[in-house]
Write a protein that binds this ligand. Structure first.
Ligand SMILES: O=C(O)CCC(=O)C(=O)O
Ligand SMILES: [Mn+2]
Length: 222
């Protein structure tokens, strides 16, 4: 068992208690989570604690975060998180009626992309950044299965900041299987093959959480 420990640090003058993180593991260490008809590869320490702390602060401060809105049953609703779509020119993407035009790549995001591409042995041309300001921000059940992501979408997902739960359920309502994992500071998930075809995922709200989290989902737009 890797040794676990916790630590505290200051972010914008606010005392934060960071989540537990794995000590003594290399960036290439990876785990496979088997869901039966799909799997997820996890690199728990893709970024060191120090790199992750720096990226968390830098991305919060420098990304042009935007508050998108959705129309549900004739009502305009604010997306419960801030977002930014970044990518190569022409990598436009739409989901739930939100049309995203890419901002050009920023320096820290390109550095993160380079590490992700080394570990995943894949190239990505776009990224959706999510900023969860606290436990009231979330993502509800969905699959990233839009046609511009291809037949079997390949998505690499990086987490910085507060530890949050990531939950999965099959698209088929009668299938009662469930899967849940922790999204930790500095970790990377590679979601590919049939995951987006067969499963939905969500990041639920977390009562009482005041610490922020940043997520980057690198994608390939065809
Ligand atoms: O924040 C996360 O880890 C997941 C975000 C997500 O599912 C998405 O942006 O499609
Ligand atoms: Mn998703």
């Amino acid at each position: 068992m890797p040794q676990l420990f916790s630590r505290t640090y200051w972010l914008f003058g606010q005392l934060m208690q960071s989540e537990l993180f794995v000590h003594g593991e290399g960036i290439t260490t990876n785990l496979k989570h088997d869901l039966g008809d799909a799997s997820i590869q996890e690199f728990p320490c893709a970024f060191s604690a120090r790199e992750s702390d720096q990226y968390l602060c830098e991305l919060i401060a420098t990304i042009p975060w935007q508050q998108d809105t959705l129309w549900i049953a004739g009502k305009e609703i604010q997306v419960p998180r801030l977002q930014c779509w970044m990518g190569d020119r022409g990598s436009n993407y739409s989901y739930s009626g939100i049309r995203l035009e890419p901002k050009s790549w920023s320096r820290p995001v390109l550095q993160i992309k380079k590490r992700v591409e080394q570990l995943c042995q894949r190239q990505f041309n776009s990224v959706l950044l999510n900023y969860y300001r606290n436990g009231r921000d979330s993502v509800s059940w969905h699959a990233d299965d839009e046609k511009e992501l291809g037949k079997h979408p390949v998505i690499a997902s990086v987490s910085f900041g507060a530890n949050r739960k990531f939950q999965f359920r099959p698209k088929l309502k009668t299938d009662k299987r469930r899967f849940q994992m922790d999204l930790r500071h500095g970790s990377l998930l590679l979601m590919s093959d049939t995951l987006q075809n067969n499963w939905l995922h969500q990041l639920p709200k977390l009562d009482g959480l005041i610490e922020p989290r940043i997520n980057l989902t690198f994608r390939i737009i065809y």
